[in-house]
Design a binder for this molecule. Sequence first.
Ligand SMILES: [Zn+2]
Length: 620
Amino acid sequence: MKLSTFLLFILICVSSINSYAKNIELTIVSSDGQQVIEGAVVYDKKARKAYRTDIEGKVSIDSGIKLIQIKAKYHTPLQLNIADITKNKVVMTHDQSLLIADQKLKHSKGHKLWGNYSEYRANNDLISYDLSIKVDPEKKYISGNNKIRFKMLKADDKIQLDLYQNLKIDKILYHNKALTYERDLNTVYINFPQNLTKGEIQEIDFHYSGYPKATGRFGCFTFKKDSEGTDLINTACQGSGSMVWWPNKDQQVDEVENMIMRVSVPSELKDISNGRLIETNVLHSGYTEYVWQTLNPINNYSVSLNIGNYVHFGEKLGNLTLDYYVLEQDLDKAKKQFKQVKPMMLTYQKYFGEYPFIDDGYKLIQAPYTGMEHQSAVTYGNGFKNGYNSGKGSPDWTGVGISLKFDFIIIHETGHEWFGNSLTSYDFSDSWIHEGWCTYAESVYVEDQFGYEDAIKYLNGYKSKVENKYPMIGQPSVAHWPTSDIYFKGTLFINTLRHIVNDDEKWWVGVKTFTTEFKKSHLYTVDVLNFFNRYFDYDFEKIFDQYLYFNELPTLIISKSGDTVKYRWQSNVEEFDMPIDVNANGRKIRIYPSNDWQMIENGNDFSVADKSFYINTVFM
Ligand SMILES: [Zn+2]
């Protein structure tokens, strides 16, 4: 054995000992029928580190941990010594009294099939899509094929994809031979003639056709006419599923590394999709094919086509291309309104780091619905006016006079390039990471453009929209979009975190470090918590718990007698200990309430800094 080989041998031995000693595997189950619990949080108080159980209720924690806390929705929290756990299994007591409305929702079979990262999804990793689609506006008909490349993560002879049940599967080819498949609602199980080898890259060619259904909040796939009577065909499928119009593995967990879209449309129309236009081919049939390429990982709901009488104008910001596609008749209005893009980009890059998809460019594309964060191809339908023009309610979106200073859709949907497209939650249940942070991005824009006072006023305007009816974290693996509080309460929660940190310089560097560290990657809420704990050197566990896992806000109970003010927290989380700022006797002070009474003696004119801390106050 040569010395170098010997050293390598030692290294392998040491690393295998390390990996052997590294983790403790636990399975968390419910007393309710011994069901495994997905999304339970195991917390190591000493290291301030959170772990989350996977779909099989399993979690792998660092060795050396002696004491853990385990929390799961609708279960009594536990504190346990690792030494007392037998057979690596923990049973949590299901507590009916903790049941609230969102748990009682009946999730349909279709949503369960869609939301579940089952064994036939998890056995492979997506590499790329090459989607060809021909769109016939007259017949409202589509036909095409998607060449799906994937790597097997284990040997298996079946994979699971999605395509809406109303669309026809024409054939699924593998090495030019047709594969068999079974359909169950919108799910397609594809069978291979033999086991596919682990680690091998495979390609199937999925042919389909049919009449796509208009469905969901934005219509998902719509055939419309513009104001001049010309065809206008657009997609926006978040919440409905991109499977409404093309076959894919319709999950946030797994993104392709890159994608090609070949969209054929009648030659008098144009298609604008994600990434960059790399080819335009005039076909024989009176159709033209637009070939778009995305060089970055992309989530399925971001994949979009926009077909109409589009005209283009553009500009550059350093090496970032900013391209605008609008209907010819709206060009002048767009040229005025889209002037907001550049300063917004400067703000976002200043606070959240470089635009994440420079090689795919940034586009703003007119669409017949309010807007959607399609990656590198943000769609816009806000009427070229400031505020939020959804047709419902006042354009003064947060109702405090700030919203009319900017175009809500440009600012909000572009914020998603960082929060949603670059940082993507693994599951719908953690969607507050997309929407709470993106809504916070609005206030970051306001602060950078118009100052701190306006920003605080703007985001406090969101209080009127908060329901506090359901927890922000939903049930995992059922493709269920949680409460709208993920937007409004989400941003007020983040604003509260900022003021707990109480050091703006540190806060902004922290926010930028957060978006940089998780750039183009997936995360769970526990990853956000772990980052915040580590970066700000503070234990945010109970604060995250109260705001995200419970519907109620923490309530500060206040009792005054003369100048003496007594106060304590009332909270769902035990031993809740969030600090807050109050004004007392003419000055701002920080207090550290707990669930037990505390008091200050000079509490003249006591008030809570409730624009900085989103809490309930009750005066007794
Ligand atoms: Zn959004």
